[in-house]
Design a protein around this ligand. Structure first.
Ligand code: GSH
Length: 248
């Protein structure tokens, strides 16, 4: 079976969740850079890309052999696990899958709001209103409290004592806010969530998918320059290329 093609940008959170799964499984893949929101060639709103993912968003997966394409990070995560038999991260059991799926659906408009807080600093051109930013912060904090007090109440990972794709999806969003990276939010009021973030650092593939954030650094008070963003994505691509070369 030929390696799948992943379209995206290394800095994008949902792209990083998909890349993390592939890296974790040491699955070779081809990565093609796509500029999110752009209508030009290599943009996610170009007709060629829209034919693969009508939503016009990254990530998108294409099976090199059959040409089968899907968008939506969480659909890609579950598809990869089902099609490759990665039952450790997405068990082959209706109830366990149901619990993971429930988190993955909950994630949108909740934990995913972390990215609105980041985008408001990175994409000043998009003019996120103060109301919108305050609403994202409120939704994120509410969801973080749910992870801290329910999901992680008595287990090491979100859905029990073993890692699942829900942890990968959540960590790429929550982790970016911490003082290790953008430093946008103090997460110390969530002790279990903070311990879980530390635990996630041990998961294979963590370093590679967090490289762009490391490059961008603290943006709490100052947005990153265009050059910093570019080098974060270019460096991220180099890191992925090196990692995949070791798998083949
Ligand atoms: N629900 C989608 C969201 C993906 C998404 O928002 N991707 C952003 C980049 S992080 C994007 O492609 N934005 C471009 C646009 O909306 O035009 C998923 O989880 O895959």
């Amino acid at each position: 079976m030929k390696p799948p093609i992943i379209y995206g940008l290394p800095f994008s959170q949902p792209v990083r969740a998909v890349l993390w799964l592939l890296l974790n499984k040491r699955q070779p893949f081809e990565f093609r850079m796509v500029n999110p929101g752009h209508p030009g060639k290599n943009g996610s709103r170009h007709p060629e890309f829209l034919a693969k993912n009508p939503a016009g968003t990254i990530p998108c997966l294409e099976e090199a052999e059959s040409g089968f394409c899907i968008g939506e990070a969480h659909a890609i995560l579950t598809y990869l696990c089902r099609s490759r038999g990665w039952n450790d991260l997405y068990p082959d059991n209706a109830q366990e899958q149901g619990r993971i799926d429930a988190y993955l659906h909950f994630h949108h408009r909740n934990i995913r709001e972390a990215s609105t807080m980041v985008a408001a600093r990175v994409r000043k051109d998009l003019n996120f209103s103060p109301d919108m930013q305050a609403n994202s912060r409120r939704l994120f904090l509410q969801a973080a409290a749910i992870l801290d007090s329910h999901y992680l109440q008595s287990s090491e990972f979100l859905l029990g004592d073993s890692l699942s794709i829900a942890d990968l999806a959540a960590c790429v969003e929550v982790g970016q806010l911490s003082s290790d990276y953008t430093n946008i939010l103090d997460l110390s009021e969530f002790p279990r969530l903070s311990q879980w973030l530390e635990r996630m650092k041990q998961v294979a593939g963590y370093a590679e998918v967090h490289f762009p954030l490391q490059e961008i650094g603290d943006i709490r008070d100052e947005p990153p320059s265009i050059d910093t963003l570019r080098s974060a994505n270019v460096g991220g691509l180099e890191m992925l290329t090196k990692a995949v070369a070791q798998f083949s």
